[in-house]
Design a protein around this ligand. Structure first.
Ligand SMILES: CNc1ncnc2c1ncn2[C@@H]1O[C@H](COP(=O)(O)OP(=O)(O)OP(=O)(O)O)[C@@H](O)[C@H]1O
Length: 172
């Protein structure tokens, strides 16, 4: 089974007049590999003996150039993706308001700050609209999502899911 991460950097922006506050999340448009052409958070597979939060920090730096202290990441979810009845990917989800730098595009990803109200769920993995809104509201989630008819996972059909909210997650 693949162990992977997703990282959702957040910021609040005030417009020129100082009246309108917009809450935003940094998404990427994935330019290659699994989920190519879709929006997601920065993230990817664990390497060597790194911890999930180290992986989330490294992937965010590699994909969009933001510097993130792994300890500043808040664990928000644990998602299991099953393909044809077998565990395919276990994904650790993190969020943070603490980072340095400005997002820049890489070969793998084009970053975009998106108002939390306008997340393009119709251009994301089909399961995302089920768990990402809650994660962006500050909840924690554990979920299982079943896909059939792959591989690859991104060509399989999303069949069903189980979700549990407000779960106490480990410190990994
Ligand atoms: C099924 N529903 C899903 N919903 C939301 N996100 C999903 C996902 N399934 C996989 N993901 C994420 O997609 C990234 C792919 O990992 P990623 O290492 O970029 O894969 P890719 O094939 O491009 O490999 P390399 O770039 O060669 O490492 C990784 O963050 C992983 O958590």
């Amino acid at each position: 089974m693949i162990e992977a991460t997703l990282c959702f950097p957040r910021r609040s922006r005030t417009d020129g007049s100082g009246n309108e506050r917009t809450d935003e999340v940094l998404l990427i448009e994935k330019r290659r590999g699994l989920g190519e052409g879709w929006y997601n958070g920065p993230g990817g597979k664990l390497e060597g003996d790194e911890t999930p939060r180290e992986c989330a920090g490294r992937e965010t730096r590699e994909e969009v150039g933001l510097e993130i202290d792994p300890e500043a990441l808040e664990k928000a979810g644990e998602l299991t993706f099953l393909l044809d009845g077998e565990a395919h990917t276990f994904c650790h989800v993190f969020r943070t308001r603490s980072f340095a730098g400005e997002p820049t595009a890489s070969e793998e990803a084009r970053p975009e700050w998106v108002p939390v109200e306008d997340v393009p769920y119709d251009r994301m993995w089909e399961d995302d609209h089920l768990w990402l809104p809650g994660v962006l509201e500050g909840k924690t989630v554990v979920g299982e999502f079943r896909f059939e008819g792959g591989p690859p996972l991104d060509e399989a059909e999303f069949v069903n899911h189980d979700l549990e909210w407000d779960v106490a997650l480990g410190t990994r």
